[in-house]
Structures are given as structure tokens and as C-alpha cells.
Design a protein around this ligand. Structure first.
Ligand SMILES: [Zn+2]
Ligand SMILES: [Zn+2]
Length: 381
């Protein structure tokens, strides 16, 4: 798959970000301005969060050495996520600092611990959540709910905004042969989250109707994953370019919530019954309540986008229609493997907007904060 398979897709839903989606950067030029700062064999360049709210410091740090169970990954692409802005700005809380950010990581294995049998040179996606492996949730394969995770890379432990990244070998997922590093990295967060929403939590089955509210990164991936499950998908999204992208990905209808009553539109489009599954990737004040009203009796409403404020829901509708309201957080290692399998057969595509060198990390964060980024910005350390 091309690294620029979809250059015009809104990674983050226009519900939150409705600025011009077509602003283009000069990333190709920037990506060629690789730094000539050389790292010694024992050191590497990394973008480090040192102080809350301040630009990341691109500096030379000690290059990690893999111990038992670990692998050293030469980072080839690292996606820049809105979460990185929140971490930088300490919203709601500051992470431990100094911290190398970056949780959407793809690269090549360059060294392994003595007990690790991954071949040197293996191309891998990093599953960013290193569960303890021992608690009841980990034993059920639900590392995303682990009671005492060993690491959440890029959140509480050094991540992938660096030339090299140290991971637990068990969290590395081989890349399909024709999937680029950048194309893989952008699926590491949104793509895996969509797998969890649609599969493990939503249990979407062939022939079902699925509404996806919000056609940002997770939403567009959810559209594709639901279709891969055999569902018929309706997207709800105010931004025209993102609606077009949802249709291109196979949604049968894309509804503009600014132009029409979305609940009525979904009911009409589902023969008056409502949808089997509704996925809310936005989670603002209004969308959970709309999602509940879009679902048919015993329908599943999966909340994955969220706000830290209460959102009103018609409880009488939940009760009288036996609506199942479900939450979904992150993804599991199994979801990451399935995302790569779907990417391998072309069913799941990620969206790379632009590439930046590691030294351009603060430019990338500023551009992301300014809105209007179409697709994911990717660092190429
Ligand atoms: Zn992310
Ligand atoms: Zn655990």
C-alpha cells in the first residue's frame, strides 16, 4: 500500500475540527531535510517532553539495550496523535517526565534479548500496551484492561518519537509485506481501536446495519472494519471531505448532522427500525443520546469517543428498547494482529497526511493543534 493512499482524509473528526481539510504542507521537502546530527553507537536522537506545555526537546539520549524478552526497534515511522498534544500540555494530567512521546510506531528490529527469536530486520508494528501478562484481564487477552501494565509506551514509558525504541518482544506484530511503515504506524492507534470497537465489543455480524458517528481516524477505520465484517454501514459526519472518504471506503450512506435530523435519517435508511449497532467515535454532549435513539430494540451502542462532561441519554428509550450501551477502550494485541491482517488484504487502509523528520516534531504538533490536518502526520526519524 502506498504511504499516501489517502491524502485527503480527515484523521480527526470534523465534529471537533471543521477547518479547511485541504491545506497541504511541504512535508516532502521537510522530510528530505533530515538532520545531520549524528548519534553515536551508544546514543540516539529523541523528542523528549521535559516540561508541561513546552515544545519537545529533540536531543541526544542514551540508546537502549534490549534485555531478556525485549527487542530494539529502529523507528521508521511514528504517528502524531491528538493524545500527544494532551500529554504535552498536561491535559488532564502530566505524564512522568522526561518522557519520549509516540505510541503509533512501526520499524525494524535491530537487536533482541538473548531469549527472543525475532529475526533481525523484521518489519513490525508496535502494540503500545505492555500488559503485565499475569492478571485476570491479561490472561483473557484483554491487556487494555490490565490492572498493573508494565508500560504504556509513549504515555508513561519512553515511546517512539526517537531513532530507536525498546519494546517487549511479545508486543511486536509483523507487518504485511506491502504495507509501508507510515501506513502501518497510522493504523497502530486508530486502526486497532476500530478493530476492538467493531469486533470484540460491538460483535458486528454479517448483514447487520452499523452506524458510525464521526468519520475521523477511528471512525473511518471503523467503517472499513465493519464492512470487512459484512455489515452495511451508514456514516454520520459534518465534514464533506470526510463523508466522501467514508463513501469511498464503502459506507452506503453518509449523513450530514448539520443539514438533517440524523436520528430520523438513520431510521429512514434502516426501514424505520433503527440500526443493529451504533458506534459513537465522537462522544460530545449530543452524540451518545443520538446513538441510543438510532439503535433498534436490543441494539448495541458502542461508545469510544468521550467527553469528561455528562451527556444526556434518554433512559426510557434504553429501558423500553433494551438497548445495550457498551464502552470500548483501546485495543488488544489480538486486535493489532487482526488489523495487520485486514491491512494485508486491503480491507483496512490508514491515511498519511504528511511526513516530518524527527527534528520537525514541534512543527507537526503545532500543525495538528491548528486543525485542518487531513490524515495522520507521521514522523520519520
Ligand atoms: Zn493515538
Ligand atoms: Zn495484566
Amino acid at each position: 500500500m502506498s504511504e499516501r493512499a489517502c491524502e485527503r482524509t480527515n484523521e480527526h473528526s470534523a465534529f471537533a475540527d471543521a477547518t479547511d481539510p485541504c491545506s497541504t504542507g511541504d512535508a516532502t521537502e521537510r522530510a528530505c531535510e533530515r538532520t545531520n546530527e549524528h548519534s553515536s553507537p551508544e546514543s540516539m536522537l529523541a523528542a523528549v517532553l521535559v516540561r508541561r506545555g513546552e515544545p519537545l526537546s529533540v536531543r541526544s539520549v542514551r540508546k537502549p539495550v534490549p534485555g531478556p524478552g525485549q527487542a530494539l526497534v529502529r523507528v521508521r515511522a511514528a504517528g502524531v496523535c491528538h493524545t500527544d498534544l494532551h500529554l504535552r500540555d498536561g491535559v488532564p494530567d502530566s505524564p512522568p517526565m522526561p518522557l519520549v512521546l509516540g505510541h503509533e510506531i512501526a520499524g525494524e528490529v535491530t537487536a533482541v534479548g538473548s531469549d527472543v527469536d525475532i529475526p533481525i530486520g523484521e518489519r513490525v508494528l508496535v502494540y503500545y500496551y505492555d500488559g503485565c501478562g499475569a492478571c485476570d484481564w491479561c490472561r483473557r487477552g484483554l491487556e487494555n484492561l490490565c490492572r498493573t501494565p508494565a508500560a504504556k509506551w509513549g504515555f508513561d514509558t519512553d515511546g517512539g518519537f526517537a531513532e530507536y525504541f525498546l519494546a517487549s518482544a511479545r508486543c511486536l506484530v509483523p507487518l504485511p509485506a506491502d504495507l509501508s511503515f507510515a501506513g502501518a504506524a497510522v493504523l497502530g492507534c486508530a486502526g486497532t481501536t476500530a478493530m476492538h470497537v467493531v469486533g470484540a465489543v460491538g460483535k458486528v455480524a454479517a448483514g447487520e446495519d452499523v452506524v458510525v458517528i464521526g468519520a475521523g481516524g477511528v471512525g473511518l477505520a471503523a467503517v472499513q472494519v465493519a464492512i470487512a465484517h459484512g455489515a452495511s454501514v451508514i456514516a454520520v459526519e459534518p465534514h464533506p471531505a470526510s463523508r466522501d472518504r467514508a463513501l469511498e471506503y464503502g459506507a452506503r450512506l453518509a449523513v450530514d448532522p448539520a443539514a438533517e435530523d440524523v436520528v430520523a435519517a438513520v431510521r429512514t435508511a434502516t426501514g424505520g427500525h433503527g440500526s443493529d449497532v451504533v458506534v459513537d467515535t465522537v462522544g460530545n454532549h449530543d452524540t451518545p443520546g443520538q446513538a441510543v435513539l438510532m439503535a433498534q430494540p436490543q441494539g448495541r451502542v458502542v461508545l469510544v469517543g468521550y467527553t469528561d462532561r455528562p451527556a444526556p441519554v434518554a433512559v426510557v428509550s434504553v429501558v423500553t428498547r433494551e438497548t445495550q450501551v457498551l464502552g470500548s477502550v483501546g485495543a488488544t494485541l489480538a486486535d493489532a494482529r487482526e488489523a495487520m491482517a485486514l491491512a494485508a488484504d486491503g480491507s483496512l487502509r490508514g491515511c498519511v497526511a504528511d511526513e516530518y523528520p524527527l527534528t520537525g516534531v514541534n512543527d507537526a504538533l503545532a500543525r495538528l493543534a491548528g486543525g485542518g490536518v487531513v490524515g495522520r502526520l507521521v514522523l520519520v526519524p
